[in-house]
Design a protein around this ligand. Structure first.
Ligand SMILES: Cc1ncc(COP(=O)(O)O)c(C=O)c1O
Length: 373
């Protein structure tokens, strides 16, 4: 949610006269770095750019294979392709929707060099198991923490557990810059490579030259992209950070409310939540599984009552870009037919959550025939 505070922050950037990447970007980076407790934080233009630049910064040989769940937003495998690497799609655990690490282990081959766990819904992929698999096969770990800003495991922020962690601050995320992203890392060298490539391979950004901390002349020695985070977007993120804990607590409260009504023993047959309430998680989604082939009908029934829901996600291995006749992932395909994300954002009132719950009950009681696409 954005409002007056974010608008005022943008107005101050307008008044400053420096709209692009600059001092506000730096302030946002410092605030996020501190919150995560990580050595280096590089803000970029999107979560997709964060993944692309972080993967590239690993310096893996072209064509190296990267293990990742098929059940993720298409940004994840697209970033792998953009970095000149090959996505290897893995199954997910059917009840956590996190990558199935025993399935991933079976897909390790001679060219596998990295694993890209996605912290689905803001909950954690088990870090010890990820680390053990990575250590066994000498894999680099890049976390897709696009959903997971504000989540932690054993007190450590998600996105700070591997070689690099990638965040998204797009319009629907728990913290938004309208568009934006970030790479977190303990490696100064990796951070420096991302920093240089986000500004077209230039050794410093325009702000450093403007303020005289770097000279006007520059030499470009590396490839790069237009992937920086302007002051305008950083100002929105900074304003959001000031109230983030309230928004996080509200999201958790909504999940608990849904869970009391839809969780185990709730008496609503056919609906089983995937998302579990947790004080360590800033929940991005509230996902249920709908049994008996009723998911699409429920979606239609809710839409008829003015309630928008989503299926997150179409598994990537079925997209024509990635599909191969021999590649089937039966667990993921089964889960895909049942998952549904109910509305979740910090602006929802208790009354609105109750309306959704009631509508789910009503729609599930109807003979469901509708199709959703
Ligand atoms: C799992 C996942 N990875 C990466 C991204 C990409 O982030 P962005 O939209 O900021 O490019 C998203 C965005 O929704 C996502 O859900």
């Amino acid at each position: 949610m954005v409002g007056e505070t974010e608008l005022a922050a943008v107005a101050r950037v307008f008044e400053s006269g420096w709209l692009g990447q600059g001092d506000v970007t730096r302030a946002f980076e410092a605030a996020v770095r501190e919150r995560l407790g990580v050595a280096h934080l590089v803000a970029v233009s999107s979560g997709t750019a964060a993944l692309h630049l972080a993967l590239e910064a690993l310096g893996l040989p072209a064509g190296s294979e990267v293990l990742l769940p098929s059940l993720t937003f298409v940004a994840t495998p697209q970033a792998v392709l953009a970095a000149g690497l090959v996505p290897v799609f893995c199954e997910v655990d059917p009840w956590t929707l996190q990558i199935d690490l025993s399935d991933a282990a079976q897909r390790v081959g001679p060219r596998t060099r990295a694993i890209l766990p996605v912290h689905y819904g803001g909950a954690a992929c088990p870090p010890e198991e990820v680390r053990a698999l990575a250590a066994r096969h000498d894999l680099r770990v890049v976390e897709d923490a696009a959903h997971a800003f504000g989540s932690s495991v054993d007190g450590q922020a998600l996105g700070t557990l591997g070689d690099a962690g990638c965040f998204s601050f797009d319009p629907i995320k728990s913290l938004t810059c309208v568009e934006g992203g970030a790479v977190a890392t303990s490696s100064g060298a990796l951070a420096a490579r991302v920093r240089q490539r986000r500004v077209l391979g230039m050794p410093a950004d325009g702000w450093s030259r403007h303020t005289g901390t770097k000279g006007w002349h520059y030499d470009v020695s590396d490839r790069g992209y237009r992937a920086h985070l302007p002051n305008v977007n950083a100002a929105i993120g900074l304003a959001q950070l000031a109230t983030f804990d309230e928004a996080r607590a509200r999201r958790q409260a909504i999940v608990r409310r849904y869970h009391r009504a839809l969780g185990e023993g709730s008496g609503l047959p056919g609906i089983r939540p995937v998302t579990q309430p947790s004080d360590a998680v800033c929940p991005f989604t509230y996902v249920v599984r709908v049994a008996g082939g009723r998911r699409d009908g429920l979606m239609t029934g809710l839409r008829a009552r003015g309630i928008a829901t989503a299926v997150e996600y179409v598994p990537n291995h079925v997209h024509s870009l990635f599909a191969r006749p021999e590649l089937t992932l039966p667990v993921t395909e089964g889960v895909f037919r049942e998952i549904l994300s109910l509305p979740l954002h910090a602006g929802l009132t208790d009354g609105e959550v109750d309306e959704v719950i009631e509508a789910v009950g009503e729609a599930m009681a109807e003979p469901i025939t509708g199709e959703c696409s």
